[in-house]
Design a binder for this molecule. Structure first.
Ligand SMILES: *Cc1c(COP(=O)(O)O)cnc(C)c1O
Length: 400
């Protein structure tokens, strides 16, 4: 039988793990095993007439790496396969992805509704930049979908949310909010960084666009910045492609290559960290110095049922509040040996953050407290170290 008759010749018939190793690979004339790094800005045409055809879109070849590059294209194809999306674009950072997605959907006079528990810079874009450009925005408590319904206006063009949220791991019911937004003719944009594409599929739950900071789990090894937007060919190939082409928040080929290699091991890494995170949440939930543990698949999570329904795992992050407020939180973090004090997440190295004094310092104390960012709150991003070592490290830290 010829290989072309093999059903696995269709990349869509392959399991996600297989797609993440092989998906999107286009080999050059040298037949290299690993994906080639095309570190070039421009392309040479055999003739002026060929250049003209390329610019008229009569010939599909590459023109300029601000909007088309073979290595970036391999990353985009692989991401699209994983997410089950028609199309994807790589961006320079996660924030470039969020900003591009929102700016492509709205114009002056429009309105955006967003869950208020957001990654700090996302909140800045929604709360500060959109209104500066004549786009009104309303922030709601995302835990109850009814709050989105109440905030919708005739000119609401986009609904934006993140789930689980940063740093308190609150959940938003993607399917319920998508239904409400759809009924009002608004596009649904979901920031899926905390869940990763391995544990949650927003497009299948009714989202129009999914955005990622690829800096987090997709690289997963603290090396490169990157972002991605996924959705229908109509949206991605239309307004979003034009925005990237004309304004340039583009992913560099070098970073795309790093991220492609990251994708090969994404499910292995995310599942390993998620398993450890579950064990750590259990340990923290039973510790006398811990006032509260927040983990979507831990029984104590107020939205445990939704977490089980919407997510295939509890995520690689655990948030917890220590008794004794900020002073104790600092003492715990400062006593750790394996777990590093940093503000990144989704890394092979476990990282602890005190949101009140770092990532969420800009917010007023009132807003912080209404978002659950208590003085004793710590956010732990679980890496790939042995779970026993991480638990022993935390046990020592909580004992001092
Ligand atoms: C990190 C992060 C971003 C921004 O990504 P960058 O790559 O740092 O620009 C956006 N949303 C969430 C939820 C994040 O964790």
């Amino acid at each position: 039988m010829p290989r072309s008759k093999n059903p696995l010749s269709d990349p869509k018939k392959r399991a996600p793990e297989t797609q993440l190793v092989h998906g999107g690979t286009v080999r050059s004339q040298h037949g290299e095993t690993s994906e080639a790094l095309f570190l070039n800005s421009g392309y040479v045409y055999p003739s002026s007439a060929a250049a003209e055809r390329r610019f008229k879109n009569e010939d599909p070849g590459y023109i300029y790496s601000r909007f088309s590059n073979p290595t970036v294209e391999m990353f985009q194809q692989r991401m699209a396969l994983l997410e089950g999306a028609e199309a994807a674009r790589g961006l320079a950072t996660g924030m470039a992805a969020v900003t591009t997605a929102l700016m492509s959907l709205v114009r002056a006079g429009d309105h955006v509704v967003s869950a208020r528990a957001l990654f700090g810079s996302c909140r800045y874009v929604v709360e500060d930049y959109l209104p500066r450009w004549g786009i009104a925005s309303t922030l709601v408590d995302g835990k109850d979908p009814a709050n989105f319904e109440k905030a919708m206006r005739p000119n609401t063009k986009a609904v934006f949310l993140e789930t689980p949220t940063n740093p308190t791991l609150e959940l938003v019911d993607i399917a319920a909010v998508a239904k409400i937004a759809h009924a009002h003719g608004a596009r649904r944009v979901v920031d899926n960084v905390f869940a990763t594409p391995v544990l949650q599929s927003p497009l299948k739950l009714g989202a129009d666009l999914v955005v990622y900071s690829a800096t987090k789990h997709i690289d997963g090894q603290g090396r490169a910045m990157g972002g991605a937007i996924l959705g229908s060919q109509e949206l991605i190939g239309g307004d979003i492609h034009t925005f990237i082409r004309q304004t340039g928040p583009s992913l560099s080929p070098f970073n795309a290559w790093v991220l492609l290699k990251g994708l090969e091991t994404l499910p292995l890494r995310v599942r390993q960290s998620t398993e450890s995170a579950g064990r750590i949440a259990e340990f923290l939930g039973n510790h006398p110095k811990v006032a509260k543990v927040l983990y979507p698949h831990h029984k104590a999570h107020p939205q445990y049922e939704l977490g089980k329904r919407q997510m295939q795992g509890g995520s690689t992050l655990v948030a917890f509040e220590v008794k004794g407020g900020q002073e104790t939180a600092f003492k715990v973090a400062d006593a750790l040996s394996v777990i590093l004090i940093s503000n990144n997440l989704g890394d092979a190295k476990s990282i602890i953050t005190h949101p009140r004094t770092t990532t969420h310092q800009r917010l007023s104390e009132e807003i912080r407290l209404e978002s659950g960012i208590a003085p004793g709150l710590l956010r732990l991003s679980v890496g790939l170290e042995a779970a026993e070592d991480l638990i022993a490290d935390l046990e020592f830290g909580l004992g001092v």
